[in-house]
Design a protein around this ligand. Structure first.
Ligand SMILES: *Cc1c(COP(=O)(O)O)cnc(C)c1O
Length: 384
């Protein structure tokens, strides 16, 4: 029996244990301690984010965005349908109506050309998702947002250490461009701590209130900086900050980000090289990276020529002990939202829902794992 190649194995550097031990020894276990600050400063310095706040997940960081933008019943939020539930969840909880936009034909990201005609008097924000860590066209989105006075939120869950080149050829980190952005450190992401996230604030006017919402609606952060002499309940909020144990784990990963990214991109490039001929022969679409975007090696996906091709390929790989998966059932046709959706057909979203396939991609994959996946796929012949 040959060994199984799982879809994902979270990478552990080893230093995680050391930093967790330091934290436990120091008996500093609740949030907003030394490691939390190190992680936040890392994002601010490396990615040019004005203020970073660690959260317990990207889902939570998005909830903070919805609160900060004062989203209320009847507001409309524009976002792609081809994304994870969390992108929509926070806004729906505030009572917003989600206006779903189709994916691009060349890429599963949101079709920027389809945004403007869906804007109404009630539109409050555009939430974009940098699918597979590949940037949305941010100049276009910012230009539309500015013209209609809308907020821009980046779901950068998959976008760590990936970049957008603006029209002026300025390199901007994903998550540093919109008014607000959210990152994920879920164990399936490039940099992980099991469950974790980060809110990125790029418009200074949100910083003070974000700290309050983060600290259960209190002005504790100001109190600790000596800016006020007592702290109390001043706003809405929740317990959005993770414990120092989580931050300590995360710090070990962030210290190794360059090594991790380099290895993931190497695996990604091996897939691209090893599968291009097969893809042409079989009419399979491989990932497209626009000129203004970079690749952070988060995900290697391919788009099969039809749904049945994908089903057969997954079964075939499974029979060879390789776990390939698909994801994202269009949110506009989900059980929860389809009767609230306005009925527009989103043809590319549906296409990716039925035809997109993700290959195993994790840091500790070795050369023989990668070659085996490539060789196996090259041997696949589709028949109905
Ligand atoms: C992973 C992911 C999320 C959710 O992240 P959590 O940290 O698990 O809450 C949200 N949006 C996208 C696009 C994701 O890939």
């Amino acid at each position: 029996m040959s060994k199984t190649i799982p879809f994902n194995i979270p990478h552990i550097d080893g230093r995680e244990y050391t930093y967790i031990k330091d934290t436990v020894k120091a008996l500093k276990l609740s949030g907003n301690g030394i490691f939390t600050k190190k992680c936040q400063e890392f994002f601010q310095t490396r990615f040019g984010i004005k203020k970073a706040l660690l959260t317990t997940s990207c889902t939570d960081a998005l909830e903070m965005c919805a609160i900060l933008l004062d989203i209320t019943a009847g507001d409309e939020i524009i976002m792609p349908s081809y994304t994870f539930v969390s992108t929509a969840l926070a806004f729906v909880r505030q009572g917003a109506k989600i206006v779903f936009i189709d994916s691009r034909s060349d890429h599963p990201g949101m079709n920027e050309d389809a945004i403007e005609k869906m804007i109404t008097d009630k539109t409050k924000a555009i939430v974009t998702v940098h699918y597979a860590g590949v940037a949305s066209d941010m100049d276009r989105i910012l230009e539309i947002a500015e013209r209609y006075n809308l907020y821009v939120v980046e779901d950068a869950a998959q976008g760590i250490d990936s970049y957008y080149y603006s029209k002026e050829n300025i390199k901007k980190a994903l998550g540093s461009i919109g008014h607000l952005a959210a990152f994920s450190f879920h164990e399936t992401k490039n940099i992980q701590c099991g469950e974790g996230g980060l809110l990125a604030i790029n418009d200074e006017k949100f910083i003070k209130r974000a700290e309050i919402i983060w600290e259960k609606g209190t002005n504790r952060a100001e109190f600790y900086r000596g800016e006020v002499n007592k702290y109390g309940w001043v706003d809405t909020g929740s317990s959005f900050l993770p414990s120092e144990i989580t931050a300590a784990f995360l710090w070990a990963q962030l210290e190794k980000i360059d090594i991790i990214q380099k290895k993931r991109i190497k695996i990604w490039n091996k897939y691209l090289e090893g599968l291009s001929d097969w893809a042409i022969t079989n009419n399979v679409q491989l990932p497209y990276i626009p000129e203004y975007a970079t690749n952070n090696g988060h995900m290697f996906y391919m788009i099969c020529p039809r749904a049945n091709f994908r089903t057969k390929l997954i079964e075939y790989l499974k029979s060879k002990n390789i776990n390939a998966v698909f994801h994202y059932l269009s949110l506009h046709s989900s059980d929860y939202y389809h009767d609230k959706h306005d009925g527009r057909m989103l043809i590319f979203t549906d296409k990716y829902t039925e035809q997109l396939l993700r290959l195993p991609l994790w840091y500790d994959m070795n050369e023989s794992d990668i070659s085996l996946v490539i060789k196996t796929i090259n041997n696949f012949k589709f028949s109905d």
